[in-house]
Ligand binder design. Structure first.
Ligand SMILES: Cc1cc2nc3c(=O)[nH]c(=O)nc-3n(C[C@H](O)[C@H](O)[C@H](O)COP(=O)(O)O)c2cc1C
Length: 337
C-alpha cells in the first residue's frame, strides 16, 4: 500500500532524530570572520537585536525553520516550538501543510494559535504541489485556518527525485507561483530544503512576486540523506548518499544572494548551529537566521529545552554584536573581517 503523507512525516522525524543526516559538506562558517573590536565603546546592555521582517516585529532575528505537522507527535512539537517562539519574540515556520489540505482533521496538529496567539507564524507548502492539484484557494485556506502571517513555499526537486513516488513534475511552476503571490494577502517566502538557491533562480522567484528568499543552503540537514535513510532500499540509499554533499553552502550562498539582490528580504538557514554563526549570517547580509534540526531535538525534549536553545542563540548573538562594537544588527554588515 502506498505510504500516506502522515506515515512519511512521522518517519522523517525518526530519521532526523536518530540517524546521521548531516550534509557531508562543511558549510564553511570558519572562513567567515567577524572583526573583533577590543575597544567597543558600548555596554553589553546597549546591544539591541530586535528587528522587523516583512513588516513583522521580532525581538531577535531568528526563525525556527519549517519542520512538521500532521501527526500527534508533530502537534506537540509544534506547540512547544510555538510557545518558545512566542515567549522569545522570534518567528516560527510550520512544516508542509499538504497533509492538512488532504485531511482537515489534521488541522489541530498544525494550528498553534491556541497556545501562541501572537507568535509570528508561517505556513508551508511545496511549490511543486501547484502541479499536483493544490490551488490558490487551498493555499489561502491553509493560511487562513492557521492564522499565518505568511506562506513558505519550498522548492525541493532533489528530495522529490530521491523519494520513491515523489512529485517530480516541476514544469511551468513560475506562472503558478506568480498567480499565488498575486492572489494571497500575506507574503510568500521561497525556500530550498538544504540545497540552497542560486542568485539567478532567486531573481526569477522575485519576478514571480515572492516577498522574501530563504536560502536554506547546504551544510546542515541533508534531505538527500534523510530520503535515502528513510527508503529502506540499499540501492536507493546509495543513490541518495551520492548527493550527500549536494548544494550551495549556506554562508557563500547567502553572500551571493545579498550581492545579487541588495534589497530583497533574506533568510539564511541550513547548518546554522550557534549564535556566532547567526551573527555571521547577518553580517553576510541575511535579515533573519533560521535553524531546523537543533529545534527539533529541543522540542522533542521539552518546552524548557526550546526556551534554553533560543536563550543560548540570542545570548551568543548579543555578545557577538558587543565584541564587534555593534549596537544593532544592521551594524553587523560592517563587521566582516
Ligand atoms: C524533521 C524535519 C522536517 C522538515 N520538513 C520540512 C517541510 O515540511 N517543509 C520545508 O520547507 N522544509 C522542511 N524541512 C527543512 C528545514 O526547514 C531546513 O531547510 C533544513 O532542515 C536545513 O536546516 P537545518 O540544517 O537547520 O536543519 C524539514 C527539516 C527537518 C529536520
Amino acid at each position: 500500500m502506498a505510504e500516506s503523507t502522515e506515515q512519511r512525516k512521522s518517519r522523517h522525524l525518526d530519521v532526523c532524530l536518530d540517524e546521521d543526516v548531516a550534509s557531508r559538506l562543511d558549510a564553511g562558517w570558519e572562513a567567515v570572520r567577524l572583526r573583533h573590536e577590543a575597544l567597543p565603546e558600548i555596554a553589553l546592555a546597549d546591544v539591541d537585536v530586535s528587528t522587523v521582517f516583512l513588516g513583522l516585529a521580532l525581538r531577535a532575528p531568528l526563525l525556527i525553520s519549517s519542520m512538521t505537522g500532521g501527526t500527534v507527535r508533530a502537534a506537540e512539537i509544534n506547540r512547544r516550538l510555538a510557545r518558545g517562539a512566542e515567549a522569545a519574540g522570534i518567528a516560527f515556520a510550520l512544516g508542509s501543510g499538504r497533509a492538512m489540505l488532504e485531511d482537515d482533521g489534521l488541522r489541530t496538529t498544525f494550528d498553534v494559535r491556541a497556545v501562541a496567539p501572537k507568535v509570528v507564524v508561517f505556513a508551508n507548502l511545496g511549490a511543486v504541489q501547484l502541479n499536483y492539484g493544490v490551488r490558490t484557494e487551498d493555499a489561502r485556506r491553509l493560511v487562513d485556518a492557521l492564522g499565518a502571517n505568511g506562506l513558505y513555499l519550498h522548492l525541493n526537486p532533489l528530495q522529490e527525485a530521491l523519494q520513491s513516488g515523489g512529485d517530480t513534475n516541476f514544469r511551468s511552476l513560475e506562472p503558478k507561483i506568480a498567480a499565488l503571490c498575486a492572489a494571497l494577502e500575506v507574503p510568500v517566502i521561497a525556500k530550498s530544503v538544504g540545497s540552497g538557491i542560486a542568485p539567478s533562480t532567486a531573481a526569477r522567484l522575485v519576478d514571480c512576486g515572492v516577498a522574501a528568499i530563504d536560502v536554506a543552503g547546504a551544510g546542515g540537514t541533508s534531505w538527500a540523506r534523510v530520503e535515502g535513510k528513510r527508503s529502506g532500499d540499499p540501492a536507493r540509499e546509495r543513490i541518495a548518499e551520492a548527493f550527500g554533499d549536494w548544494g550551495y553552502p549556506t554562508p557563500r550562498a547567502t553572500a551571493a544572494l545579498r550581492a545579487a539582490l541588495p534589497l530583497v528580504p533574506l533568510v539564511a538557514s541550513g547548518g546554522i548551529r550557534d549564535g556566532v554563526q547567526v551573527a555571521k549570517a547577518l553580517a553576510l547580509g541575511a535579515d533573519l537566521a533560521g535553524l531546523a534540526l537543533p529545534f527539533l531535538r529541543a522540542a522533542d525534549e521539552s518546552d524548557a529545552a526550546v526556551a534554553a536553545l533560543i536563550d543560548e542563540l540570542v545570548t551568543a548573538l548579543r555578545i557577538a554584536l558587543f565584541a564587534t562594537g555593534s549596537r544593532a544588527i544592521g551594524e553587523l554588515r560592517d563587521a566582516l573581517a
